[in-house]
Design a protein around this ligand. Structure first.
Ligand code: PMP
Length: 444
């Protein structure tokens, strides 16, 4: 009997060891980590440089409360991150995870508005579907049915605009008019709310768990920035999943040259070695807040030296091993191979992604884009089949969490051609098994 409870009742194998892209359970079964956990372990498991850096830090100190001490580890990581940010984003606030980072970004934006006499601004517009975290503030900006619905009574609702899913809306993602169209929807929402009430627009540059590696259409990111500027709305870029090299650049928004006002990161920054997140803000937002008396926010573990030492070593490894470049080249190969699987397996209706943030979506019919029946719980069933075949992938329902299923394939960025072959073979076998299972299900 286990005393742990996470989401369901099922028991999982007990993890024993993990090295590089592989994990082993206590029974000696080997798994290829095709989702880097939950898109976390970007540099692979048990990297000796990171372990050594953590050991060195542990021998010096493991905790220093941020209001008592600055630490070398947090100072160094902060200046390292600033060097990787767009110009002007030079103020860093450390936290322990993605939800905390999102909360911190929203609260800084709010305090900035108050400090500059714009206290009417409080609404954070986000997209549907989206996932920005499970704490109540971040959840208010999340649109993902299964996780949001139970808590609606407790949330202050935040406005949502449609995620730019050109492939479902029958629009051409390569036509700049498509990007403009979705940005116009944002602008219409800002006008409808009253621009003087809108604080920020929060988005992922490439959609993660909720939309399954959704790459924005041509012109979207540029147009969104323009719309925000026109209405004095801050742009908060949720790079929790896309950051730290995942999409083939240190930040996902670099692909479009977008300059956010606030960036939030987590997952790949601690890379599974330590709980770590960061909110990195434009100095022009932070200075008025500090002048007005300080940022009324903070978590006990913020700036934890052990987590920051891990993060610094992770960033070192990303650079030393050229992992952004590897994510780019291996990501192109992976996408091409996923397209190959789509040709072979009828149930794969769409393939998408950037760098090593890739996904495919199941469809019952490619022409109508009809999803598989919800009752099949296809995404979970496929994950279970792949798992039995020694391949770990990550899945979610797409389409507002009501129907549709996608599978994220997001291996560590240290991926080699041999690993890639193994992933594709595992997916191929699993897709055949899944299709055979579906064929044996009687028509309703
Ligand atoms: N934002 C995004 C884009 C995420 O993918 C996640 C986690 N899946 C979060 C925020 C929340 O991060 P955490 O689970 O570390 O709180």
């Amino acid at each position: 009997m286990s005393h742990l409870f996470y989401q369901g009742r099922g028991r999982k194998p007990v993890l024993d060891q993990a090295r590089g892209v592989y994990m082993w359970d206590k029974d000696g079964r080997r798994y290829l980590d095709g989702s880097s956990g939950a898109m976390v372990c970007n540099i692979g498991h048990s990297n000796p440089h990171v372990l050594a850096a953590m050991q060195r830090q542990m021998e010096k100190s493991t905790f220093g409360y941020r209001l008592h001490f600055e630490t070398e580890a947090s100072e160094k990581l902060a200046s390292r991150l600033v060097g990787l940010m767009p110009e002007g984003l030079s103020k860093v606030f450390f936290v322990s995870g993605g939800s905390e980072a999102v909360e911190s970004g929203m609260k800084l934006a709010r305090q900035y508005a108050l400090a500059v006499g714009q206290g009417t601004r409080w609404k954070v517009i986000s997209r549907a579907p989206s996932y920005h975290g499970c704490t109540l503030g971040a959840l208010a900006t999340t649109s993902y049915g299964p996780l949001t619905v139970p808590f609606e009574a407790m949330l202050r609702p935040m406005p949502k605009v449609p995620a730019p899913r050109a492939y479902l809306d029958g629009l051409d993602p390569d036509d700049p008019a498509t990007g403009r169209h979705y940005a116009d929807t944002l602008e219409a929402q800002i006008r409808a709310e009253g621009p003087e009430t809108v604080l920020a627009f929060l988005l992922e540059p490439v959609g993660g768990a909720s939309t399954g590696a959704l790459v924005p259409p041509e012109g979207y990111m540029e147009a969104v920035r323009e719309v925000c500027d026109r209405h004095g709305v801050l742009l908060i870029m949720d790079e929790v999943m896309t950051g730290a090299g995942r999409t083939g650049a240190f930040l996902g928004c670099e692909h479009w040259g977008t300059r956010p006002d606030i960036v939030v990161m987590s997952k790949g920054l601690g890379a599974g070695y330590a709980p770590l997140g960061a909110m990195i803000a434009d100095e022009r937002l932070v200075d008025p807040v500090l002048e007005a008396g300080g940022f009324a926010h903070g978590f006990t573990y913020a700036g934890n030296p052990l987590a920051c030492a891990a993060g610094l070593a992770v960033v070192d490894e990303i650079e030393r091993q050229g992992l952004c470049e590897n994510a780019r080249t291996m990501g192109e190969k992976l996408i091409a191979r996923l397209h190959g699987l789509m040709q072979k397996h009828e149930i794969v209706g769409d393939v998408r992604g950037k760098g090593l943030l890739t996904a495919f979506e199941f469809m019952a019919d490619r022409d109508s884009k009809a999803p598989l029946p919800k009752a099949l719980n296809a995404h979970q069933r496929f994950v279970d089949i792949a798992y039995a075949n020694g391949l770990i992938v990550y899945s979610r329902r797409t389409r507002d969490g009501v129907e549709g299923d996608h599978i994220l394939v997001c291996p560590p960025l240290i991926l080699t051609d041999t690993h890639l072959d193994e992933i594709v073979e595992g997916l191929d076998i699993s897709l055949s098994q899944f299709a055979a299972e579906l064929a044996s299900v009687p028509e309703p």
